[in-house]
Design a protein. Sequence first.
Length: 285
Amino acid sequence: MRVLISGYTGLVGTEVARQLREAGHEAIKLERNEPNLAGLIETVDAVVNLAGATTGKIPWTKKYKEEIFSSRIETTKKIVNAINSAKKKPKVLVSGSASGFYGDCGDEWLDETSPKGTGFLSDLAALWESEALKADTRVVLARTTMVMSRAKGALGKLLPLIKFGIGGPLGSGKQWWAFISLQDEAAAIIHLINTPNAIGAYNLTAPEPATCAQIVKSLARGLRRPAILKVPAFAMKLLIGEAAVELLLCSQKMKADRLIATGFTFSQPTLEQASAYVLSDELPN
């Protein structure tokens, strides 16, 4: 199987490519200025669209929000146009989306039928999905949540603080942080490529919910460090602004039932297992 990946060098793209190669498949990097995208797409079996500027770069200036937006929407438009122009279509487009689609939902359980929320990330995810759904092939929308990885992402910034004993819950700590290990994130994407009846949105999240405080405590316990220094919500809003509200203080209690119903099995379904994964050497040499 040949799989074309946009965002190939990103956190998730790198792991998807590694798992594909390990399984004997070919992972192809989509270059930013590919001159004949439709022609290239005619040679592959699947397209995975993960391109997008990180939302973790803070603060979100007006200019950077435009970059976050255009890096996802414009790339998706180009890929979809190329798929629709190709004489031979790929069997599937797995296109990135995000848990931000739901907005801040408190203690409410969220499945793929839950309505769109409000805010910048919700509007972004909804438009991102609508562009992907224009592709003339099977489309899977990967609503990704916090990917637990030691090296990068949200935890890559939080872990050093915990190691030095100065980490702790953010805000009240009671907000739900849906999470998934990097290994399971990539494996789920590949599983959905290989599941012919998988179509539409899927929550890519571990089946065990956890709050911000529980996640921080679990990581601190693994590192044998305290995690008692709370970061007040007002200070986060003052220093970080909109990103603090939508990324760190937002509460999303997501279900993985639809993904599990396709036959997917998690390697790290619990917080304890995901934390152990984060604190181990994730990727082979």
